[in-house]
Design a protein around this ligand. Structure first.
Ligand SMILES: [Mn+2]
Length: 357
């Protein structure tokens, strides 16, 4: 955990037997260089020496100021030509690229009239490096979570009959910004009544009514790192059926968190939650995986899914978010962010979960 990020990324070069690594996506570039670009930027990580950051002229000053431990180059030629020449200059014939983030357009442009350039996919390698957080990253995530929790307090204070989902979302996001979050980790979900049965329903103009469940899934960002939390609230008391669903989901989440520790399979955590919901007869309504890593992106490795082959390790930060969604009735999701430690885990979020009447 103590190794600097650049050094951990550089280990991929040897592991994959390539000459250098090339990144053109904003997340990986921010992760390595701390520069939050807009578009048309590239980062080459060579075997030795500082990573080289290529930015257009308009970003030069900001890149110089923000980026850490990189050599900043400004380019005025076409983007793909710049990268091609930069690779030639540092004699990189075998280039490690995260295929999941590279366009076919760029690959074609770089291969054109070059017989000896070869590409190696390093997607899994970079995802796996990013999955284990440094001390600084964990601190940024903790702050993002703190700000996100302010959002729940605001939601509860503002909740009243007739308030529209969007208005509640706006109040939450206003609180994010005034508390130092520059942007949201994802569009805020405020889904009430039957809308709550759609896991990714974003806030709409629907007014919130008494007796409805309201799923609030929100995330502030702090210093480039995401929080991601969900609470299910109610306005007035809800039916016995909705209560039954709520407490089944809560139990599934608690049971999964209790068992999350180093060396267990990510898929096992998922199945623990799924088994609890099975006991209640809600298993078939749990239509997504249990959780995911968070970091620079709101969805990172590891995936806590039945299809995942990953093993949990200390330093990973994952969401634990079982849910039940019944069309025409409503849905419940409860999500917390959990840091895996040497001895087990620490729940980084502290906001109360039992928020229904
Ligand atoms: Mn999530």
């Amino acid at each position: 955990m103590a190794k600097p990020i650049v050094e951990r990324v550089r280990e991929i070069i040897e592991k994959r037997n390539v000459d250098c690594l090339l990144f053109t996506d904003l997340s990986n570039i921010f992760y390595i260089s701390r520069f939050k670009g807009f578009e048309g930027i590239a980062l080459i990580v060579p075997k030795d020496g500082a990573p080289k950051l290529y930015v257009p002229k308009l970003e030069y000053e900001r890149a110089l100021e923000e980026s850490k431990n990189t050599e900043v180059h400004v380019y005025e030629e076409r983007f793909e030509k710049t990268i091609k020449e930069a690779l030639e200059e540092c004699k990189c014939n075998k280039v490690g690229l995260p295929y999941y983030k590279v366009s076919f357009w760029l690959i074609s442009a770089l291969s054109k009239n070059s017989d000896n350039i070869k590409f190696v996919d390093v997607s899994k390698d970079i995802m796996s490096v990013r999955s284990v957080k440094t001390f600084e990253e964990i601190n940024a995530i903790k702050k993002a979570i703190k700000i996100t929790e302010i959002g729940f307090a605001v939601a509860l204070e503002s909740l009243r009959e007739g308030i529209r989902e969007l208005e509640l979302a706006a109040k939450i996001e206003y609180a994010f910004k005034t508390n130092g979050s520059l942007e949201v980790a994802f569009p805020s979900i405020v889904a009430s009544g039957t809308n709550s049965a759609l896991p990714h329903a974003i806030a709409s103009t629907k007014p919130i009514r008494k007796g409805e469940l309201i799923v609030v899934d929100i995330g502030a960002k702090y210093e480039g790192y995401c929080g991601d939390l969900t609470r299910t609230l109610s306005l007035g008391s809800v039916s016995e059926k909705l209560k039954d669903i709520f407490y089944a989901v809560l139990e599934a989440q608690k049971e999964a968190i209790k068992n999350i520790r180093p060396e267990i399979r990510a898929s096992e955590a998922d199945s623990i939650a799924r088994n609890v919901l099975k006991e209640y007869g809600y298993e078939k309504y749990f239509i997504h995986s249990l959780g995911h890593g968070i970091g620079v992106d709101v969805h990172e490795f590891p995936r806590l899914s039945s299809k995942s082959d990953e093993i949990l390790k200390p330093g990973m930060v994952v969401t634990v978010e079982p849910g039940v969604y019944i069309k025409g009735l409503g849905g419940v999701r409860i999500e917390d962010d959990v840091l895996i430690t040497e001895s087990g885990n620490t729940i980084l979020s502290t906001y109360p979960r039992d928020l229904i009447i």
